[in-house]
Design a protein around this ligand. Structure first.
Ligand SMILES: [Zn+2]
Length: 408
């Protein structure tokens, strides 16, 4: 019995690292009544790290009602974490979701501007502190089954403004996050205001797409890469997931013409980008870390569903990523979809595009996320910058998962 359980655990560890976002049988990393989560100070400063990261804990088997609390300073009062359920659609917010059947809590928390540390505890419904065991940082936010990213190119360019607003509306109404690649040279005051209005309506990430949309080699790479970032943070108030105190962060880069070179790559690392989107297609996987440059390698997209005839393949591509726990990333030029406002029916209910978004959106088990934010999350999950340790030892020597409650 013990031996087979041991073999099962080993095989899940091996398989889990290759295939599965979660595997319920692998081993925990210690038990405690309350937990400390600390982030590397330099990484916190460099990337803000406000996007919530999901921590998976094992909760006691008898628990059928619980609450989670956190605080950022050790002498601060505990604050209750808002509970969300498996049938709610939520993304990129602080939340706790309890799965009592699987004895799990998925706690999604931001780092605060004032501190590199946060602490966490879970109580039962009566307020008694529970001993919990840490498993892992979830591969995807809230331990979702797959990730969906949708980027749109050339925001800020002449005659794209209304197309972007319409495209954002279709996505926002289905709880999908848009990643809009902004060229910061062209917009006039009124266009900048419309960009801010779109951010305020929600579910829009701004990615940098240069100042002048050049081909490499760039005549002024610092202006195109660093200057574009500076324009964004100077002109806009970004969503809170992209801010830390008064600092704002632009983790996403989208290559003009899908082109890059060694100078561009070096400058992306220098100016604090974490991701680099190109236009290669039929990809479902994430890029590896580029340790030499300090950001993820260039990565393409799954598909560009820009015409009605693309809808069938787009659905199948989404289904493929969904079945296999992968990334589905669509990209489009919104103004090409409506021919710069002359074909507005594409944004209307029943069109091929709105039907496709009806199919993809509003799912409770899909992580809808911006391109840059997804890489901030992956950076936190993969690069070892977060330390999770028990603050207090459990009351018994029995691991929480194996103790039979006297109450049951
Ligand atoms: Zn472009």
């Amino acid at each position: 019995m013990l031996a087979s359980g041991f073999r099962l655990a080993i095989s899940f560890v091996v398989l889990g690292s290759l295939l599965l976002p979660t595997s319920p049988s692998d081993t925990s990393q210690g038990s405690g009544d309350s937990w400390s989560i600390s982030v590397d100070d330099a990484a916190h400063e460099a990337y803000g790290l406000s996007y919530p990261i999901t921590y998976e804990f094992i909760i006691p088997r008898h628990l059928d009602s619980a609450q989670a609390f956190h605080r950022h300073l050790s002498d601060a009062p505990w604050g209750k974490i808002t509970e969300q359920t498996a049938d709610a659609v939520f993304n990129g917010i602080e939340a706790v979701r309890f799965d009592y059947e699987a004895h799990r809590a998925y706690v999604s928390l931001s780092f605060d501007a004032a501190s590199d540390d946060l602490s966490l505890m879970i109580t039962d419904g009566d307020g008694s502190i529970q001993t919990i065991s840490f498993m892992r940082i979830a591969r995807y936010y809230d331990n979702r089954r797959c990730a969906f990213i949708f980027s749109g190119d050339d925001w800020g360019v002449e005659n794209t403004r209304d197309s972007f607003s319409n495209w954002h509306s279709v996505l926002r109404n289905r709880n999908i996050w848009a990643t809009s690649a902004l060229v910061t040279g062209p917009p006039d005051e009124s266009y900048w205001q419309s960009i801010q209005d779109e951010l305020n309506l929600g579910n829009v990430e701004v990615a940098a797409h240069s100042r002048t949309h050049p081909h490499p080699p760039y005549s002024d790479p610092d202006s195109e890469i660093g200057g574009c970032r500076d324009d964004i943070v100077a002109r806009l108030m970004l969503p809170w997931q992209y801010r830390r105190g008064t600092q704002q962060y632009v983790p996403g880069w989208v290559e003009p013409f899908g082109q890059s070179d060694t100078v561009v790559r070096a400058k992306l690392g220098e100016y604090g980008y974490l991701s680099d989107r190109t236009t290669q297609t039929i990809l479902y996987n994430w890029a590896d870390w580029d340790s030499g440059r300090g950001l993820y390698k260039r990565n393409g997209i799954t598909f560009c569903p820009q015409l009605a005839r693309d809808a069938g393949f787009a659905r199948r591509a989404f289904d493929y990523a969904y079945r296999r726990h992968l990334l589905c990333h669509f990209y489009v030029h919104p103004w090409k979809m409506d021919s710069s406002g002359t074909n507005l029916s594409v944004w209307q209910s029943g069109s091929w595009f709105v039907s496709l978004m009806d199919y993809v959106g509003n799912r409770t088990d899909v992580w809808y996320v911006g391109w840059g934010a997804a890489h901030v999350y992956r950076y936190c999950q993969q690069q070892g910058i977060i330390t999770i340790t028990p603050l207090s030892a459990p009351q018994t020597h029995e691991p929480a998962t194996q103790s039979a409650s006297p109450l049951n």
